[in-house]
Each structure stands twice: as structure tokens, then as C-alpha cells.
Write a protein that binds this ligand. Structure first.
Ligand code: GRF
Length: 221
């Protein structure tokens, strides 16, 4: 069995990604231990999810700290006091300072609801839908100094249907987020992620998925 990776989850909102991680740990699918949750929002529903499972949760509000670095220093202290090895951002509505990134080099991951580098920033699902793409999806990546710019670990592709609305598309993307976030954390736990420049190689992973996707499907060509 793989050693359990100690994770700290940063949240600000509903916490469905947090919930999927909790569920996959409980099902024995994910070798991780959620040591602590930090929320930047005292009203985040994610806090209720943590409480239900007796996971320690801390609230750090921006207003409490004059500078971003002071906010981040407080988070670092909490994460270190819980011996966190991997920081998992799950709907955390703040940008981390370079100071924080230095404290956890290549040990911070994030999930984004679009196929990066397209539609980075807020409301990725909505921006992709309005742009009219035929495929969208989600991306798990390591976090660097930019916004949604770090090395990509996993992406899942979702077809955009003619009868989709922003909501139906976002719901299908979210379902895939819940899968690939746990998958990425498990690959990390197994020591299978190798970062070479911008590329993340998965050790021992056989090449799959040779056939291109088409939307609409190819007919006679
Ligand atoms: C997700 O769509 C995630 O991709 C984005 O923020 C949202 C968080 O949702 N970064 P939840 O709080 O996990 O439900």
C-alpha cells in the first residue's frame, strides 16, 4: 500500500471537490490524509463538510491581515503545524504570493474548470461556452506564480452539446473535476509525477488514447 500523503485543502466555497476527495479516501481509493482545511470565507459550505468528518478547519479572512504575505505566512504556519506535504486548492478564491509558493515548491495543486491555457481565470466554464468551443473540460495543474499557468498534470475533455446551457456544461465538467482531482493526488501520492520543465510525465504510464476526438463526429471523411 502507498504511504498516505498528508494534504491540506484550501477552500472558499461549496467544496464539492473537497467532498469528492473525502469520499475517495473513505472508499480506500485515495492514499491521502486530509490534515487540515483552510477557508478564506467563514460562510463556505466546505466548512460544514469538514465538520461532518471531524477534519480540523481554520478560517483566515483577508480583512484580518494587512498584507498578502502576512495572510500567506499564517497559512504556511497552519499547514506546517499539520505536517502538510501537498497543498490542494479546491475553489480557493485567492492568489498565492511568491512567498507561499517558495514554502511549498511544486507541492501545490489546483483544479480549473476549462482546458488550460484556454479560459483561465474566473468562470472558465462560462467563458468556454460563450466562446462556442466544441470541447471544454478541466485541468489539474501544479501552481506557479501565474494565474492557472503551472505545469499540467491531467486534463479531462467534455463534449459541448448543441442543447447545452452554461449550467449543464458546468455540471458535466464538475463531474470530471471530481474524478481527475483524486486521480492526480493519487499519482502524486504514488510518486509518479515527474516534472520536466513545463511537462509533467506520469511514470510507468502506458501511452493511451491514440484516436482523435471530433465534435460533431466524423461521418464520411
Ligand atoms: C470548481 O469549479 C473548480 O474548478 C474551481 O472552483 C470550483 C470549486 O468548486 N477552481 P467546489 O467548491 O469544489 O464545489
Amino acid at each position: 500500500m502507498t504511504k498516505k500523503t498528508k494534504i491540506g485543502v484550501l477552500v472558499s466555497g461549496s467544496g464539492t471537490n473537497l467532498q469528492s476527495i473525502i469520499d475517495n479516501i473513505e472508499k480506500g481509493l485515495l492514499d491521502a490524509d486530509i490534515r487540515v482545511i483552510i477557508s478564506s470565507n467563514p460562510d463556505a459550505y466546505a466548512l460544514k463538510r469538514a465538520k461532518r468528518r471531524n477534519i480540523p478547519a481554520k478560517i483566515i479572512e483577508h480583512e484580518d491581515f494587512k498584507k498578502r504575505e502576512e495572510f500567506d505566512r499564517e497559512m504556511i504556519d497552519i499547514l506546517r503545524s499539520y505536517s502538510v506535504e501537498l497543498v490542494v486548492m479546491a475553489g480557493f478564491m485567492r492568489i498565492l504570493s511568491p512567498f507561499f509558493l517558495k514554502a511549498f515548491p511544486m507541492r501545490i495543486v489546483n483544479i480549473h474548470p476549462a482546458l488550460l491555457p484556454s479560459f483561465s481565470g474566473l468562470h472558465g466554464q462560462q467563458k468556454a461556452f460563450r466562446y462556442g468551443v466544441k470541447f471544454s473540460g478541466c485541468t489539474v495543474h501544479f501552481v506557479d506564480e501565474g494565474v492557472d499557468t503551472g505545469p499540467i498534470i491531467i486534463q479531462a475533455v467534455v463534449h459541448v452539446r448543441d442543447d447545452d446551457t452554461e449550467e449543464t456544461l458546468a455540471a458535466r465538467i464538475l463531474k470530471e473535476e471530481h474524478r481527475i482531482y483524486s486521480q492526480a493526488i493519487q499519482l502524486y501520492a504514488e510518486g509518479k509525477l515527474e516534472v520536466v520543465g513545463r511537462r509533467v510525465r506520469i511514470k510507468g504510464h502506458k501511452q493511451i488514447g491514440e484516436s482523435p476526438l471530433h465534435n460533431p463526429p466524423l461521418t464520411k471523411f
